[in-house]
Design a protein around this ligand. Structure first.
Ligand SMILES: Nc1ncnc2c1ncn2[C@@H]1O[C@H](COP(=O)(O)OP(=O)(O)OP(=O)(O)O)[C@@H](O)[C@H]1O
Length: 487
C-alpha cells in the first residue's frame, strides 16, 4: 500500500472514531438533540430526544422533518433557521409527532455555518415537565374559573385559590402590625402593590389576605413565580397567545385573562427579563394588552400585586427592575421584615407550628425544650418563617413519642449552625451575645436542677454545688416559679 493511501485511510479511520466519540457524547447528555442537513433531512437524533418525543431513532434518521412532525413547514422553527441561517434562542414549543404524541419542549435552534455556507441546523431541546405542570395548573384554574362563574353566579361561591386571610398571619410584633395595618388600608383600593421581603417572610400569605379581604375576593386569585418560567413561556402565560403565534401555538388564554377582575400576583418580579418588563409596563400604563401574535387590544381588569426579594434600592441600582415599572407597581409598597428583626414573633410562631404539625390524635402537648428557646431567638433564620416551620415539622418527625423537642431532634444543618453560633460566643467572637448567653445557660441549669428535685431547694442547691441562699437569689433573678415543680 502506498504511503499516501495509507495516510488517507488512517485519517478516515481517525475521523470515523472522532465522529463515534461525538455521537457517544451527544447520545449520553440530558438534552435532546436533532441535527438536520440544510434541506431538513435528519442526520442525527439522540436517545434523549427519542424518549422525549416517544419516537424510535431508526424511524427518524434520514427522514424529512415534515414526515416526522405534523406541523406546517412555515411554522417549524428548525426549517425557519434553515431558511434564514439565524439562530432562535430558547423558545417554548408545543407540537405533535405524526404518531399523535404531544410534545412540550424548550428548544434553541442554531445554524452551523462555514464560510457563510449553511452546513447543518441543530436544535437543543429541554423537557419542560415542571413547566407543563404549571400550564396544567393554569388550565385547571381556567376550568375552575369557568365552573365557578356559573356556580358562583348562583351560589356566591368563591374561587378556591386564595386560602389565607389576615387571621392566618401569626404575629404580635410592632413591625408586623404596621405592615398588616398598611395592607388592610390598601386592601379596599385598586392601586398596584409592591411587597418587599426576603424569602419565606410570608409575602404570598399577605397577598392572599389582601385579596380575600378586599372587594375582589369573589374573583380569581392567580399567582405566578416569575423566576421559575423561561422568558418566552412567561410572556405567553401572562398575555396569552393566538393560533400560529409560534410553532404549534394553540389559542391560549393568559393569566391576565384568567385573573379577570381578581388579583394577579407576580412573585419575584425582579427575575423577569427587562424586555418583558417593558411589555408589562405598557399593559399597565394603557390598561390594555395584546395576546402574543395578535394586534387586538384587550382591556386589563385585574389588580396587580407583585413582590421582590431584593431590597428596592439594590433592585434599581442593579437594574433588575426598570425604574418606570417600579413606580407603576409600587403605588403602595409594603415591607415584610425578616424574622430576625421580629424576634418576639418567634415563640408565638414556634407554638403555632408545633400545634399545626403535632399528630392529630395526640392528647399530650408537645413543647420546645428550654435549651432551644434562646437558640431559636439567636439563630438568623435566613429562610425566615418557612425555615422555622420546616425545622419544627422535621423535629416533630424525629422526636417519635417524646413530648419535648430537643437539640437532638434538630435538622443536622441547624444543629451545626446553632452550635457554631455557640462556639462564636465561647471563642469571644461575638461578645455582645456573651452576657445573654451566660444568663440563659445559668437559667437552664438552675431550672433543670429544680425540675429534677421536684422543687426541693436543698437538694437542688447540693447538686449545683452552691449555697441554698445562692439558689434562692437565682430563682428570684430568673423569675422561676418553683411551685410548678412541686405539683
Ligand atoms: N406570620 C405568619 N404566620 C403563619 N404562617 C406564616 C407566616 N408567615 C409565613 N408563614 C408561612 O410560611 C410559609 C412561607 O410563606 P410565604 O410562601 O407566604 O412566603 P414568601 O415570602 O411568599 O416566600 P417566597 O419568597 O419564597 O415566595 C408558608 O407556609 C406560610 O403559610
Amino acid at each position: 500500500m502506498g504511503y499516501r493511501r495509507y495516510m488517507r485511510m488512517a485519517k478516515t479511520e481517525m475521523l470515523r472514531k472522532e465522529i463515534q466519540i461525538y455521537k457517544t457524547i451527544l447520545n449520553s447528555i440530558h438534552e435532546g438533540i436533532i441535527i438536520t442537513d440544510p434541506s431538513g433531512y435528519v442526520v442525527f437524533y439522540n436517545q434523549e430526544l427519542a424518549v422525549l418525543e416517544g419516537l424510535n431513532r431508526d424511524d427518524v434518521i434520514g427522514k424529512h422533518l415534515s414526515e416526522i412532525y405534523s406541523q406546517a413547514p412555515d411554522t417549524s422553527e428548525h426549517l425557519l433557521v434553515s431558511r434564514t441561517s439565524k439562530p432562535i434562542g430558547e423558545t417554548y414549543q408545543k407540537y405533535f409527532t405524526r404518531q399523535g404524541h404531544e410534545v412540550h419542549l424548550v428548544a434553541t435552534t442554531v445554524p452551523v455555518l462555514q464560510n457563510g455556507e449553511l452546513l447543518a441546523v441543530y436544535s437543543l431541546c429541554r423537557e419542560t415537565t415542571h413547566l407543563r405542570e404549571v400550564l396544567l395548573r393554569t388550565m385547571q384554574l381556567q376550568e375552575i374559573k369557568e365552573d365557578s362563574v356559573e356556580v358562583g353566579k348562583k351560589q356566591g361561591v368563591q374561587y378556591p385559590r386564595a386560602y389565607f386571610t389576615f387571621s392566618d398571619i401569626i404575629s404580635k410584633s410592632k413591625a408586623m402590625e404596621t405592615v398588616i395595618n398598611g395592607a388592610k388600608r390598601a386592601m379596599m383600593g385598586a392601586a398596584n402593590i409592591l411587597i418587599y421581603g426576603e424569602t419565606g417572610t410570608g409575602k404570598e400569605l399577605l397577598v392572599q389576605s389582601i385579596h380575600n379581604g378586599g372587594p375582589r375576593r369573589s374573583h380569581p386569585f392567580v399567582a405566578i413565580n416569575c423566576s421559575a418560567i423561561p422568558e418566552n413561556l412567561l410572556e405567553t402565560m401572562l398575555f396569552g397567545a393566538v393560533k400560529g403565534a409560534y410553532t404549534g401555538a394553540i389559542p391560549t388564554a393568559g393569566l391576565f385573562e384568567y385573573a379577570d377582575e381578581g388579583t394577579l400576583y407576580l412573585d419575584e418580579i425582579n427575575s423577569m427579563s427587562i424586555g418583558l418588563q417593558a411589555k408589562l409596563l405598557r399593559a399597565l400604563q394603557e390598561r390594555n394588552y395584546r395576546k402574543v401574535g395578535s394586534v387586538a387590544e384587550i382591556p386589563l381588569h385585574c389588580r396587580i400585586i407583585s413582590s421582590i426579594n431584593i431590597d428596592p434600592v439594590t433592585c434599581l441600582e442593579k437594574k433588575c427592575l426598570r425604574e418606570d415599572l417600579f413606580y407603576r407597581l409600587s403605588v403602595i409598597s409594603l415591607t415584610l421584615p425578616p424574622l430576625r428583626e421580629r424576634k418576639e414573633d418567634i415563640p408565638l410562631l414556634t407554638d403555632y407550628f408545633i400545634k399545626k404539625h403535632s399528630p392529630k390524635n395526640s392528647l399530650e402537648k408537645l413543647e420546645l425544650a428550654q435549651e432551644l428557646v434562646q437558640g431559636f431567638q439567636d439563630y438568623r433564620w435566613a429562610g425566615n418563617i418557612r425555615e422555622l416551620e420546616n425545622a419544627i415539622e422535621s423535629m416533630i418527625c424525629m422526636s417519635g413519642d417524646e413530648l419535648c423537642l430537643t437539640r437532638e431532634h434538630l435538622p443536622s444543618y441547624l444543629k451545626q449552625l446553632m452550635e457554631r453560633g455557640l462556639m462564636d460566643v465561647l471563642r469571644g467572637k461575638n461578645l455582645a451575645l456573651l452576657s445573654p448567653f451566660l444568663m440563659d445557660t445559668e437559667n437552664i441549669i438552675v431550672t433543670d436542677a429544680l425540675k429534677k428535685h421536684r422543687g426541693n431547694l436543698s437538694h437542688a442547691a447540693k447538686e449545683l454545688g452552691i449555697l441554698r441562699q445562692s439558689l434562692q437569689y437565682r430563682i428570684k433573678k430568673f423569675g422561676i416559679e418553683v411551685e410548678q415543680f412541686r405539683r
